[in-house]
Design a protein around this ligand. Structure first.
Ligand SMILES: NC(=O)c1ccc[n+]([C@@H]2O[C@H](COP(=O)([O-])OP(=O)(O)OC[C@H]3O[C@@H](n4cnc5c(N)ncnc54)[C@H](OP(=O)(O)O)[C@@H]3O)[C@@H](O)[C@H]2O)c1
Length: 246
């Protein structure tokens, strides 16, 4: 199949690998053309675009940008407008999972986490809003169950994700009725390098379904919210029930 002028367009941030890449592939399978945003993972982003373009010609492109920079959201939205003149879905997936140890925390470290995880999704949503409004599109923010349940050693990360939940609900009101805004809150899906075996086992002991989820579980939740025409302002936990555990 080749590229269609009428194909819906999705922009997924941090889409070169892991959950973002899985989400990009799942949206592509639904018929979306994909703009793969990445930062340092250029080779993985190019390989993903090539594999999607092999399935459907001209259906994927890449854009490299550092979301810690203030002008990045406007730059990304301009590039999408120039390439596609349309946007149907924005998935704010990119994130840093940095610890914030009490004895090593400083203002620049705090600011960097909030800039990438909270400021960038907010301003990217605003920058993309005219394109999204024109197509009655949607935004899906990827948060974390730790936006509600604290995780020791990660207060700054938890605060950024709690802020993103607030932004999800606020923009759902402010961009209605044209644009729906929802979130997916993953539980344990792919371990971070910092999570050793003991911590992994403890996490699974606190997860009612007693296993970690698959990237596909997150991708399918995004696909659902992308098309859930009467759902806005919702945060969907995809966490094996971990938000219930004490
Ligand atoms: N993994 C899990 O189990 C889990 C659990 C709860 C919540 N989540 C949430 O789910 C989402 C995806 O998780 P993940 O583990 O796949 O994420 P990840 O691997 O930690 O990060 C995703 C991408 O974010 C991009 N990124 C980081 N800093 C950036 C910057 N300054 N500018 C632009 N992009 C930047 C990176 O792109 P490059 O590689 O191109 O630099 C990275 O590949 C995140 O929002 C995360 O908080 C994940």
């Amino acid at each position: 199949m080749s590229h269609s002028e009428d194909a819906p367009v999705a922009l997924v941030t941090g889409a070169a690998k892991r959950l973002g890449a899985c989400t990009a592939r799942a949206l592509h399978a639904l018929g979306f053309d994909i703009v793969i945003h990445h930062h340092l993972s250029s080779a993985e982003a190019q390989a993903l675009a090539a594999s999607l373009n092999a399935l459907r010609a001209d259906s994927a492109s890449t854009i490299s940008a550092d979301l810690a920079a203030e002008d990045t959201p406007a730059r990304i939205a301009d590039a999408v407008a120039e390439r596609h003149r349309a946007l149907d879905l924005l998935v704010n997936n990119a994130s840093v999972f940095d610890a914030s140890p009490l004895d090593h925390m400083d203002v620049p470290a705090w600011e960097r986490i909030q800039a990438i995880n909270l400021r960038a999704p907010y301003f990217l949503s605003l920058a993309c809003a005219p394109l999204l409004r024109a197509r009655r599109g949607a935004i899906v923010n990827i948060t974390d169950i730790h936006s509600e349940r604290p995780r020791a050693g990660y207060s700054a990360y938890c605060a950024s994700k709690a802020g993103l939940v607030a932004v999800t609900r606020g923009l759902a009101l402010e961009l209605a009725p044209d644009v729906r805004v929802n979130a997916v809150a993953p539980g344990p899906i792919l371990w971070a390098d910092s999570e050793d075996e003991a911590l992994q086992a403890a996490t699974l002991r606190g997860t009612p379904l007693a296993r970690r989820g698959e990237p596909e579980d997150i991708a399918q939740a995004v696909c659902y919210l992308a098309r859930a025409a009467y759902v806005t302002g919702h945060v969907l936990d995809v966490d094996g029930g971990r938000h219930l555990a004490s």
